[in-house]
Design a protein around this ligand. Structure first.
Ligand SMILES: [Zn+2]
Length: 325
């Protein structure tokens, strides 16, 4: 029989990267393939009573019937199958047995290391086995680990009918990393009293709240003219981008904040003289502070337009998810 680690390595080897630019649901065909060719057959092989794939929203819903007549609550477990927006082509998981606490060489040829200095929490895993990549791709343990944990727990319960339980359901969904998967989740298909998302950071950690999250977009509109006649006319989008970012509170960034402190994060920036685009994420646990941050972000755009006396930027924000607490 396949071990949990073997299952994890098999799942992480498969590209299920989501794509923010896509308009399809799920956002990528790789997720549909993974759901229908891998996860659905695997859930059936475990011996669940019902396994369905919902083509409308890309969710797989599995059910294990209660095995007791006594009144027991029904419980759901949720995980996401997509991986974050980094290279997922040709993923090569590798197991580091009995980790000794030193820097890990991921790729000899390209001299890529996971260093203790960058990841101090590696010291918590000395003596354990770690699954790593060759440094050229994401592993995608987020959230294939969650899927494996749920699968193995379900397999255990099927194999041990002496453990009495109420109805247990699982839901594996797409597009969590781009913040859209849960939008289409059909709660009616998942009738449970309690549900947990298995998508945590470290063993034993229970999270009961998240950020409120929004994406912010800034479209920059410059004026490109010959440098010899640019005085008083040229508006350079690279400069506009810097000006816009400088209007945001400089300490409210992920690298200077922790815990419940919110932030603005500049995710990407692309500029020519006459055009440009910046993508931000905006996060805050507190709903009021979240609304204030979005308003501040929009105001920064307005301020820049006022400074120039014309529309040099078009700023928009879009909510992504809310604090579950
Ligand atoms: Zn995740």
């Amino acid at each position: 029989m396949e071990s949990m680690v073997e299952r994890f390595v098999r799942y992480t080897s498969i590209n299920t990267r989501s794509n923010e630019e896509s308009t399809t649901i799920p956002s990528t065909q790789t997720q549909v393939d993974f759901a229908t060719n891998v996860l659905v057959p695997d859930l059936k092989a475990i011996g669940l009573d019902e396994v369905i794939y919902n083509r409308e929203n890309g969710f797989i819903i599995g059910t294990l019937h209660a095995n007791t007549d006594e009144k027991a609550p029904s419980i759901g477990f949720i995980a996401h199958m997509d991986t974050a927006d980094y290279n997922a082509e040709n993923i090569k998981p590798r197991i580091v047995e009995n980790y000794d606490g030193s820097d890990i060489c991921l790729n000899e040829e390209h001299q890529i290391f996971t260093r203790r200095a960058d990841f101090p929490n590696l010291k918590n895993y000395i003596g354990k086995s770690l699954v790593v990549t060759d440094g050229l791709t994401l592993l995608g343990g987020d959230d294939k680990a969650g899927i494996c944990e749920i699968m193995e727990a379900l397999a255990y319960l099927v194999a041990h009918p002496e453990i009495k339980h109420g109805r247990i359901m699982c839901a594996f969904g797409p597009d969590e990393e781009i913040g859209t998967g849960a939008d289409h989740f059909d709660v009616k298909q998942f009738p449970v009293d309690y549900a947990y998302t298995i998508d945590g950071e470290s063993l034993g950690q229970l999270e009961y709240e998240t950020f409120n999250a929004a994406g912010g977009t800034v479209i920059l509109k410059g004026v490109s003219v010959h440098t010899g006649t640019a005085k008083g006319i040229m508006i350079n989008c690279a400069k506009l981008a810097m000006q816009f970012d400088a209007l945001l509170p400089g300490a409210a960034v992920p690298e200077y904040t922790c815990g419940r402190q919110g932030f603005f994060m500049l995710m990407s920036m692309e500029t020519q003289v006459d055009t440009g685009k910046m993508n931000y994420i905006i996060r805050d646990h507190d709903k009021e502070l979240f609304e204030a941050k979005k308003a501040f972000f929009l105001q920064a755009g307005q301020t820049l337009n006022e400074i120039y006396g014309r529309e040099v930027c078009e700023v928009s924000v879009k909510d992504q998810y809310y604090n579950m607490y």
